[in-house]
Design a protein around this ligand. Structure first.
Ligand code: MG
Length: 251
């Protein structure tokens, strides 16, 4: 009987390892392919088509409180956070799409049910605008029923704290690389999402985070050899501009 139990424990142990496999997050969607462009709705759809675990995108708030999806603080040299939506709405992305609103983006996300939405909230010079941005985003995610498959990431500690306060059940990851896993745990975060150089500086943070029940995401890893290193170290997620290559490695 003891032998059977031991065998069962070994088998369970093996399957647990399989489930702990690194997952792939497409950075700004899957944009490095025909017809796509970073943070476009096409990039979100294409991320869904290649079967990544999650697709990352960036959200800014305009001067008149409209949430839009774009990485840079400007589009065609027009600053997003100090312009009105009317001034921005007809500007186009590199693939011809108009600047997407968060609402359009989330609506597209509802049609890709097996993929997580990794939503980066961009910092704002005005704290009140960051707070307004967090509130607006949480309401919009709720409106589209995406609470259970949206993860939040931010460089701004203010944004992270607001998220933890207003959406205690949501998974919030801090991006800025300067806070230890123990402190992130105390702040109520789900984990860390750090640049690869930070995790190379602090390789011990991966185990520390896991011991605390936190998850580890690393960005932006496009080099195949580096992907292999982080997979071997057991990071939970790799955020990459090369999702197809990374999916091959984790298969
Ligand atoms: Mg981002």
């Amino acid at each position: 009987m003891k032998k059977i139990l031991l065998l069962l424990a070994c088998l369970l142990g093996t399957s647990a390892t399989v489930f702990a496999q690194t997952k792939v997050v497409a950075h700004r969607g899957y944009w490095d392919t025909a017809g796509s462009y970073e943070n476009s709705i096409a990039s979100l759809n294409k991320a869904g088509e290649v079967g990544v675990f999650g697709s990352e995108f960036d959200v800014h708030i305009t001067a008149d409180n409209i949430l839009v999806v774009n990485h840079d603080p400007t589009i065609h040299k027009v600053p997003i956070q100090t312009s009105t939506y009317a001034e921005l709405k007809d500007l186009t992305l590199g693939n011809g799409e108009k600047l997407p609103t968060l609402e359009q983006y989330l609506e597209a996300g509802t049609k890709i049910p097996n993929m997580r939405m990794v939503l980066e909230i961009k910092s704002n010079k005005r704290t009140v605008m960051e707070d307004r941005s967090v509130l607006g985003i949480l309401n919009m995610v709720r409106k589209y029923g995406l609470e259970d498959r949206t993860d939040y990431i931010a460089f701004s500690m203010n944004v992270c704290k607001e998220l933890v306060k207003l959406a205690p059940a949501a998974d919030v990851y801090y991006l800025n690389g300067d806070v230890s896993p123990a402190d992130l745990k105390e702040l109520g975060m789900a984990g860390l999402d750090y640049h690869f150089n930070k995790l190379k500086e602090h390789p011990e943070w991966i185990k520390e985070a896991h011991d605390l029940g936190l998850k580890v995401n690393v960005w932006t890893v496009d080099d195949v050899e580096m992907m292999k290193e982080f997979i071997a170290q057991g990071v939970d997620f790799i955020t990459t501009n090369k999702p197809v290559e990374c999916l091959e490695l984790v298969k």
